[in-house]
Design a protein around this ligand. Structure first.
Ligand SMILES: Nc1nc2c(ncn2[C@@H]2O[C@H](COP(=O)(O)OP(=O)(O)OP(=O)(O)O)[C@@H](O)[C@H]2O)c(=O)[nH]1
Ligand SMILES: [Mg+2]
Length: 310
């Protein structure tokens, strides 16, 4: 296998070539891409400030059906043959007095070997659609649940700094008891860990169940992603949290965090200034992230945390 950095600089077509000679499939390509893609490349066209939602997921989960149900017409072709959608389709839409673009994509599936070029290019198109999007609507088939492939897509989206909403579609086919959705969500989130602060909705494109709610939530995620926390408020909350639970001493030196500020980035990012940045480990990082999420709503949005020397 090539080095991750080489993967990136070579570009997608070469990744295919390299992968083909090593005999690995799209799943492996995706896993490699997860490792190397830079976050949040923004498309700078005239629709740059209109939120874009990419509908992604495995073949046949109902991505095109969802788009059609939202739009109220058969905009894209729906069928029970997996792999129906080949091209990425953009649909401009207006709802709740808000403009947005829905992007329908080809289903992404894991294959042992990439025999078929179309298969490969549909993966690449879905990833490109994700690049363009502010929020990824990751559609699952309720009866099938979340697959390893979905988890790769999920972590790729998080890695790219995309907002994420999970839509469990075909909920009409599931036999329900009192706690079915609660238990389903709990099990789903165990698979998503550690990034579990994401909205999960149980929908049916067929019955138009909660499909507009899904858009409402996606629009909220767009707002969460743009959120800027004033420095004073941020320090009020976070310095208290730090005082309540100090970073553990690693090499005999007490670590002291002096202040925190949000960076002017597309993905909410926070810099914590401290004396020994390298001494702060993942559990403490997670503590700070949880505190941020508890206090300021970042549901559906990946959050970046940096420790800097001061
Ligand atoms: N029961 C039920 N069936 C659904 C629902 N949504 C979609 N389907 C059916 O699932 C099949 C696949 O739907 P599509 O919308 O074509 O799925 P897709 O995700 O766009 O598939 P690809 O384009 O192949 O990736 C069709 O037979 C749909 O009628 C739903 O909410 N409930
Ligand atoms: Mg489709």
């Amino acid at each position: 296998m090539l080095e991750a950095t080489e993967f990136y600089s070579l570009g997608f077509e070469k990744i295919f070539f390299v992968s083909a000679i090593s005999g690995s499939g799209t799943g492996e390509i995706l896993d490699a891409v997860v490792e190397v893609i830079p976050e949040d490349r923004m498309a700078d066209d005239e629709t740059a400030d209109i939120p874009k939602f990419a509908i992604i997921g495995q073949p046949n989960v109902g991505k095109s059906s969802l788009l059609n149900a939202l739009v109220g017409q058969e905009r894209t072709i729906v069928s029970d043959i997996a792999g129906t959608t080949r091209d990425t389709i953009h649909t401009h839409y207006n709802m709740f007095q808000k403009e947005f673009v829905l992007i329908d994509t080809a289903g992404i599936r894991r294959k042992q070997k990439v025999h078929e070029d179309l298969e490969f290019y549909s993966v690449i198109r879905a990833i490109k659609a994700m690049d363009e999007a502010d929020v990824c609507l990751l559609v699952l088939d309720a009866e099938k649940g979340i697959s390893a492939q979905d988890l790769s897509i999920f972590s790729l989206a998080a890695r790219k700094g995309k907002g994420i909403v999970i839509l469990v579609n075909k909920w009409d086919l599931v036999e329900k008891q009192t706690n079915t959705s609660r238990d389903y969500e709990k099990q789903l989130k165990e698979r998503l860990a550690p990034f579990t602060d994401v909205p999960v909705l149980f929908i049916s494109a067929k019955d138009k169940l909660r499909i507009f709610k899904a858009i409402e939530i996606a629009l909220e995620v767009v707002e969460n992603k743009k959120k800027k926390i004033p420095t004073s408020q941020l320090n009020d909350v976070m310095l208290k949290a730090i005082a309540a639970f100090h970073p553990p001493v690693v090499r005999g030196n007490p670590v002291s965090i002096k202040y925190v500020t949000q960076l002017p980035t597309h993905v909410p990012s926070f810099a914590f200034f401290c004396n020994y940045p390298d001494d702060i480990k993942t559990p403490y990082r997670n503590y700070l992230e949880n505190k941020l999420r508890e206090t300021f709503d970042f549901k559906g949005v990946p959050v970046r945390i940096f420790f800097r020397k001061k």
